[in-house]
Design a protein around this ligand. Structure first.
Ligand code: PLP
Length: 389
């Protein structure tokens, strides 16, 4: 467990230096590692010796990245993946058997939802959903087959908050594995393990890299579960590349300063939007008007960088607003230094019916802003001129 504060751990956790005594960790761009002799080879493969064998299993750069995330999350162990979705899929595939059942929050990341509805049923794994504002229904969904309780908080794209302490208690009572996708919060703002999560997943593509450069994912948590996830991944091949791991490990050194500024800017953007007459409502975890404000305050250090709001005038107004944006980017990513604006109803969720969109809290005028690190005045001015146009 951590002996230093998070800022220090994210900067100072480092693999051993090579003979050159480099200050920054070198990039180990190698597919495999050499054995000293036959005995070394044998002992490495039987795991009597803990060492790098092949970069699909482990690599010094991925190990450094994973160790940092473990320290930040307060986790026993972890494994790094090529993408956030590889982390989600590998975790579920490693921990579930045919016939098992998942209870999940209804609003989860789009591809995670597709995994639940389209792919896991192929292996006879089913999922039941609870609405984020109906957590009292969770226990009624649990059956003797239920193995995993799954949720994100804050959720994407509606920025709803789930009470992690409550989920932790339910999981414990029913002996379920609690899996939390902590992507929007980062381990700096929220550590689900403190509330009883068994596995915590991140898309490192988002705020962990924070600069829109590389894809990555990571799962950390209970050592016995991570062992299963590791063995599954070692044999199926979703490993993070050493280059991306090196980039992500460097990015974590600035995680706290970046996220502090993201949160400061996002709160100002949320306050600006809340006061604007073309806006119906704003959802930001640290605005008093957020329905789960008290829960957010309890489990998060700050509100994060995602602001959701509903523009007056539905789908048409949403599209017009996007077309009038000048500075901010229209892009599929989030958690970048650059502010990104999306309109789920006409893009990521346009294939759903209006009723299905509403089920996952996506109204026609919903706009999601991933607030970046530009001067906040410039971001607000851009949103303002687009709202006025
Ligand atoms: C982006 C995202 C993912 C998927 O991550 P990728 O790196 O794009 O595969 C999973 N969960 C959440 C909450 C996300 O925002």
């Amino acid at each position: 467990m951590s002996t230093y504060n998070k800022e220090t751990e994210a900067i100072r956790t480092q693999i051993d230096r090579s003979q050159f005594l480099e200050h920054t960790s070198p990039l180990y761009l190698t597919s495999s590692f050499v054995f000293e002799d036959a005995e070394d080879m044998r002992a490495s493969f039987t795991e009597e010796k803990q060492r790098n064998i092949y970069s699909r299993f482990t690599n010094p750069n991925t190990s450094e990245f994973v160790e940092k995330v473990c320290k930040l999350e307060g986790a026993e162990d972890g494994y790094a993946f090529a993408t956030g979705m590889a982390a989600v899929f590998s975790t579920l595939a490693a921990l579930l058997e045919s016939g098992d059942h998942i209870v999940s929050a209804q609003s989860v990341f789009g591809s995670t939802h597709t995994l639940f509805t389209k792919y896991l049923p192929k292996w006879n794994i089913s999922t039941s959903y609870f609405k984020v504002d109906e957590v009292d229904t969770i226990e009624s969904l649990i059956t003797s087959k239920t193995k995993i309780l799954y949720a994100e908080s804050p959720t994407n794209p509606a920025v709803d908050i789930l009470d992690l302490e409550l989920l932790g208690k339910i999981a414990k009572k029913h002996n379920l594995i609690l899996v939390i996708d902590n992507c929007f919060a980062t381990p700096y703002l929220q550590q689900p393990i403190k509330f009883g999560a068994d596995v915590v997943i991140h898309s490192a593509t988002k705020l962990m890299d924070g600069q829109g450069r590389v894809l990555g994912g990571v799962a950390v948590g209970r050592a016995d579960l991570i062992r299963e996830i590791y063995l599954f991944s070692r044999n199926t091949g979703p490993a993070l590349s050493p280059f991306n791991a090196w980039t992500l490990s460097k990015s974590l050194e600035t995680l706290t300063v970046r996220v502090d500024k993201h949160c400061e800017n996002a709160l100002k953007v949320a306050q600006f939007l809340e006061a604007h007459d073309k806006v119906n409502w704003v959802k930001y975890p640290f605005l008093k008007s957020h329905p789960q404000y008290e829960v957010a305050k309890k489990q998060m250090l700050k509100g994060g960088n995602i602001v959701a709001f509903e523009i007056k005038g539905g789908v048409e107004a949403g599209r017009k607003f996007l077309d009038a944006i000048k500075l901010c980017s229209l892009s599929a990513n989030l958690g970048d230094t650059r502010t990104i604006v999306t309109h789920p109803a006409s893009t990521t969720h346009s294939k759903l019916s209006e009723a299905d969109r509403l089920e996952v809290s996506i109204t026609d005028g919903l706009v999601r802003v991933s607030v970046g690190l530009e001067h906040v005045e410039d971001v607000i001015n851009d949103l303002n001129q687009a709202l006025e146009s």
